[in-house]
Design a protein around this ligand. Structure first.
Ligand code: HXC
Length: 257
């Protein structure tokens, strides 16, 4: 991996993917996105890993797709490269992903954070979709996910003016989970990840799948899907362990089986 660093020993059951193009503010070139995709695919298959964190560095989570790589491209070039199939793969990750965001989360960087399941941000974080300033528009979910989180008026303002919002504002809109001082944003992300990692990984993944489904389908269909996953969990050992532990007044020890 050239543009990401992966640490599977960061904390128990937690893998950390750190974007590693600091000089370019972690601009997301095609190789970097491919590395994230491949890495997530591998981590999804690794039973030791239950939660994944994606971070950048203090100055930038990611300042967007790599403008220098895109500048001279034609429509057909872009179509042939088909970069969004990479994003689609990332979006299929079963395990929960937390974005730990400090500094710029712009354009594709904001979209990558929103593709994750939760966002823990430092007070210095800034979110925005500034593509309009370079003559294009969001392409990896910005118009959709931002609108679902912020509502039409504010999303429209951000997408049409390219202005940024602070972490505090993003928190107010429900775009992110938590804002903390920059010194501890990664620690906070790990703490949230550890809380989730203590649960049954099967229940966690099925619950994630059901919550995500709520964005795709009408209520009745979503409820049907939820019910199916709820029933399925009764064939896991973790369900027996969780409920027995409650009855026996002890802490459950979930094995992911
Ligand atoms: C390529 C980038 C980059 C980007 C920053 N850099 N953002 N390179 N693509 N998206 C590079 C700069 O060229 C510069 O390299 C170095 O990173 C530091 O950036 P500066 O501009 O010198 O830093 P600063 O003055 O602090 O300004 C920070 C900034 C600004 C406000 C974040 O860099 C900026 O506006 N970046 C572009 C943001 C953007 O438009 N993002 C959306 C991209 S389109 P050099 O070598 O010149 O010093 C997009 C579409 C997604 O994301 C669609 C699907 C994936």
């Amino acid at each position: 991996m050239e543009f990401i660093k992966v640490n599977k020993a960061y904390a128990k059951h937690i893998a950390l993917i750190q974007l590693n193009r600091p000089k370019e503010l972690n601009a997301l070139n095609l190789q970097l996105m491919g590395e994230i995709r491949d890495c997530l695919k591998e981590l999804d298959q690794d039973d030791e890993v239950r939660v994944i964190i994606i971070s950048g560095d203090e100055r930038a989570f990611a300042a967007g797709a790599d403008i220098k790589q895109m500048a001279g491209k034609s429509t057909i070039d872009m179509w042939k490269v088909d970069q969004f199939s990479t994003w689609d793969q990332i979006n299929k990750t079963r395990k929960p992903i937390i974005a730990a965001v400090s500094g710029f989360a712009l354009g594709g960087g904001c979209e990558l954070a929103m593709t994750c399941d939760m966002i823990v941000a430092s007070e210095t974080a800034q979110f925005g979709q500034p593509e309009i300033k370079i003559g294009v528009m969001p392409g990896a979910g910005g118009t959709q996910r931002l609108t679902k989180a912020l509502g039409k008026a504010k999303a429209m303002e951000l997408v049409l003016t390219g202005k940024f919002i602070s972490a505090e504002e993003a928190l107010g809109y429900g775009l992110i989970n938590k804002v903390v001082p920059v010194e501890v944003y990664l620690k906070e992300a790990v703490s949230l990840a550890s809380e989730i990692a203590a649960m049954s990984p099967i229940a966690v993944q099925m619950a994630k799948e059901a919550v995500k489904r709520s964005f795709e389908v009408p209520l009745e269909e979503g409820l049907h899907f939820e019910r199916k996953n709820f029933y399925m969990l009764f064939s896991s050992e973790d369900q027996k362990e969780g409920m027995n532990a409650f009855v026996e007044k002890r802490k459950p020890d979930f094995k992911g089986k």
